[in-house]
Write a protein that binds this ligand. Structure first.
Ligand SMILES: Cc1cc2nc3c(=O)[nH]c(=O)nc-3n(C[C@H](O)[C@H](O)[C@H](O)COP(=O)(O)OP(=O)(O)OC[C@H]3O[C@@H](n4cnc5c(N)ncnc54)[C@H](O)[C@@H]3O)c2cc1C
Length: 474
């Protein structure tokens, strides 16, 4: 009898008879891929090129029933299971090393209910898929800043983007899900049905089941907004940061501003003389009326001597893709994040100090404004928490796979993070955690919501079938 050896749980390996695999594959509407099959290598190529995990099997489901069959199969054969949405998780949580990866990319429908202001979204969708479909009707839900990111991983981790200040974390607009739990049952969950499961899925990650449909509330946005990037030489950092604080304290929720420090990339929108030199930049997105945007953005655009000002009226969909090219797939990435309760002179001094003499061409420190609608909810409204945050600070390093800069870059991120950490709310974003983060960091992400997550995990996944994630143990 032919056997495929599947090295599963970390302490032992499993033999799964070929007939068992064939029987399982025959029952799928989608496909089962072995390592030599076409599409396998492509399926395991993640956004973070640093991740080198290799599943023994990939299942590409076409239907919810395929997902049910896969959950039953991995449970019955004691295989490790991972779920791949957009494959963007920096820690490489999409892949199981030696187990079975469920690649959801074949379930990519978006149905927009224009009258009901709802979007029904398949778990393989990217943010771009959803924005494209909803913006055809002048509608949007809160999604993140890079359009190739998977909607599934972003949502189950909480989610934030340019619309967060107006409408909250992504999970604040989540109305309902269809989810396959560890017992192989298909359940609906919402604020009124299976409300504990729904609460946990609103930020608790992939710990509780496999979501096969997300239902989001939509809002009128755009389709034209005012947004873009404006950059100054780093010599203007103090003035720009003071302006950033003023803007973010006073501006309406329609305006979201982000400030970042890095060395200027060799991009055509920046003057050649600035390339490689330290700069400070603001990324802005104003989703109010075009007149209001002009007024609210005037003080930014007239500040100092910008190197370049790319703020303009543009499609919301274009704004959502504007930063895509800055985060190419396959590079090596290492990040750390902290949520901040506000901005202080000490934070700015730290922010600036981390940048002195930094030679790395693509590393950056970013402050995302998130204060507004998330703070209107109580801390325990969904597992996501972090309702005291008004900014997210992210320290990011990126380098090519063949570079020897990895150790130095990781060291820079860690030391800048140590400097920022004393200013944190105590919380960090679960979706920005790297593979080397400790359980302590997971607990810090959820703080007071963590205990309830443990209880719900014990109820819905007592054997920890869903463990390739920032794991909450039952
Ligand atoms: C360039 C870049 C920009 C980003 N920008 C933002 C941003 O603006 N805002 C923001 O909030 N986040 C942002 N993120 C973080 C992002 O939300 C996470 O990386 C997220 O995990 C990506 O989702 P994915 O589906 O692509 O992940 P994957 O790597 O495919 O999956 C990650 C994990 O999500 C869970 N998961 C996936 N699918 C399902 C499912 N169907 N059911 C249950 N669990 C599932 C699983 O635990 C899985 O291991 C960004 C990430 C990158 C790389």
């Amino acid at each position: 009898m032919a056997h495929l050896q599947v090295s599963g749980l970390s302490t032992r390996s499993r033999n799964v008879p070929r007939e068992t695999l064939d029987g399982f594959a025959a029952g799928l509407e989608g496909s089962l891929l072995y390592p030599d099959d076409d599409g396998f290598s492509e399926a395991i190529a993640l956004w973070n090129g640093m991740i080198k995990k290799r599943p023994a099997l990939i299942v590409r489901p076409s239907t919810t029933q395929d997902v049910v069959a896969t959950v039953n199969f991995v449970r019955d054969n004691a295989l490790e299971l991972s779920i791949k949405g957009g494959g963007h998780n920096i820690a490489g949580l999409a892949l199981s090393d030696g187990g079975l990866t469920l690649d959801m990319s074949g379930m990519r429908d978006v149905n927009v209910d224009v009258n009901g202001l709802l979007a029904r979204v398949g778990p393989g969708c990217t943010l771009g898929d959803v924005d494209q479909a909803t913006q055809a009707h002048g509608l949007a839900t809160t999604l993140g800043f890079v359009s190739a990111t998977g909607v599934a991983g972003l949502t189950v981790g909480g989610g934030f983007g340019y619309l967060t200040r107006r409408f909250g974390w992504t999970v604040d607009d989540l109305e309902e899900v269809e989810v396959v739990t560890a017992d192989g049952l298909v359940r609906r969950a919402s604020r009124s049905v299976n409300d504990d499961l729904f609460w946990a899925l609103r930020g608790g990650g992939g710990n509780f089941g496999i979501v096969t449909e997300f239902v989001y509330r939509l809002h009128e946005v755009g389709p034209q907004i005012t947004g873009g990037i404006i950059a100054w030489p780093a010599s203007e950092a103090d003035g720009v940061l003071a302006l950033f604080r003023k803007i973010t304290e006073a501006s309406p929720r329609e305006l979201t501003a982000v400030v970042l420090r890095r060395n200027a990339p060799p991009a055509p929108w920046l003057p050649e003389a600035a390339h490689g030199k330290p700069m400070i930049a603001m990324v802005v997105c104003h989703t109010g009326s075009l007149e209001q945007a002009q007024e609210d953005l005037a003080s930014i655009r007239s500040h100092g001597q910008p190197l370049a000002d790319m703020i303009q009226v543009r499609d919301y969909v274009a704004q959502q893709k504007m930063l895509d090219a800055t985060q190419p797939k396959g590079m090596h990435y290492y990040w750390k994040s902290e949520f901040l309760p506000g901005l202080s002179d000490e934070i700015f001094a730290t922010f600036n100090a981390q940048f002195v003499d930094l030679k790395a061409p693509a590393n950056q420190i970013v402050l995302f404004q998130v204060g507004g609608a998330p703070n209107d909810h109580p801390e325990d409204d969904g597992a996501v928490g972090n309702r005291d945050a008004t900014f997210a600070c992210v320290i990011q390093a990126m380098w090519p796979p063949d570079s020897s800069a990895g150790d130095a870059n990781r060291e820079w991120v860690r030391s800048a993070w140590q400097a920022i950490k004393p200013h944190s709310t105590g919380g960090n974003y679960i979706n920005f955690q790297t593979a080397d983060e400790t359980d302590e960091r997971t607990i810090e992400s959820y703080r007071d919501n963590y205990r309830r997550l443990e209880t719900i995990k014990a109820k819905y996944d007592p054997n920890n079938v869903f463990r390739v994630n920032r794991n909450i143990r039952p």
